[in-house]
Design a protein around this ligand. Sequence first.
Ligand code: PLP
Length: 421
Amino acid sequence: MTNIYLDNNATTAVAPEVFEAMTPFFRDEYFNPSSMYETARPAKQAIDQARLTIARHLGAEHVSEILFTSCATESVNTALFGAVKANPNRRHIITTAVEHPAVVEVCRQLERDGCEVTWLGVDRNGNLNLGEFVRALRPDTLLVAIMHANNETGVVFPIERLSRIVKETDPAILFFCDATQTVTKLPISVTGSTAVDSTSVGNNFRNVDMLAFSGHKFHAPKGIGGLFLRRGTRCRPWMLGGHQESGRRGGTENVPYIVGLAKAFELAAEHHDEDVARMEQLRDRLQAGLLRKIPHLEVNGGDAERMPNTLNIAVHCIEGEGILYQLSELGICASSGSACTSGSLEPSHVLSAMKVPFSAMHGSVRFSLSRDTTEAEIDFVIQEFPEIVARLRRLSPYWDQVNNGPREGGLIQGSGPKTGD
Ligand code: PLP
């Protein structure tokens, strides 16, 4: 059966080169890197080398600023709980209404623990209001936690600008960035020294104190992530145990996965510009093809700065689950909402925050591409998707109402057919 994988914001395939780089550390070099004997030395050296590779790719000044974790969720927990523990005199946190559940749930717990959280809203395009952001900063603000790009819509927040404003207002406020969707796709430099600017929002992250990433979003396996923790940042260790990771995260290091993570960074850098340009061109081809063929379709976050690989469309008057099922029958993998929240009937908190109209809220589909996505795959989706939508709309009572004249309240707001065949 065909397999067209367009759900790369959920996870990616492990690159063969990554798998190959990891293999010796399962088979021959299985030793505990903390052991004193000579045979364990390659394992220890492999971790040191991986840390150096990743530090270089993020533009970090000190290798010790890279902390290995099991996933981005753990990195988020480490950063946010650790920051609150280390700074008991401040209790105010600023975040956004569209963060990944990893951040949302930690912030909710911190609220229950006595912190005050300001949840910043977004506009119809998924953008933050800068004035609102500045007004939210207070003398007792401890932490700002804002994602780099949204996993559902791909909308990119101007982290360079936001973090600069924070540090100019009060250098003691910590800035945490969840860069899970952008690391290796958008250039980031935590010292502002190495990254090449390819976005209009900038990539100088020298005012970011903590930054989370996860290997499985860029062709390393699931189960390995990292946290950039700037030297001197007040953050109390959270996972207590052995002295690994300089006492900041107990637990025997996952050597093969750490090696795989570093390899994935190297691979992403090898053909970065071409890969990103091709993903963007294919994403744009998919977007244009669907808009041309399907009436009452809009792009969520379409007018914002977006990740080059993400397309989130709102299909009016049908259910996203129905679309996904039919796509799946054809071997096409996509998602509605984020994988972590799909399965629930609640509309996506991201699309709710963006005030996507009711008639489209449940009919949103996310396609997310990788460097392996081909033009033939995209063309197949452009060919099949309009027929799926047409079929489901024929069964939809909402669609029937739209076609049989306007109803009170208007089912479709603010979006006429873009074009139509
Ligand atoms: N943050 C963002 C923006 C994500 O997209 C994800 C995963 O989808 C996570 C955090 C959690 O990542 P992990 O699965 O590595 O814990």
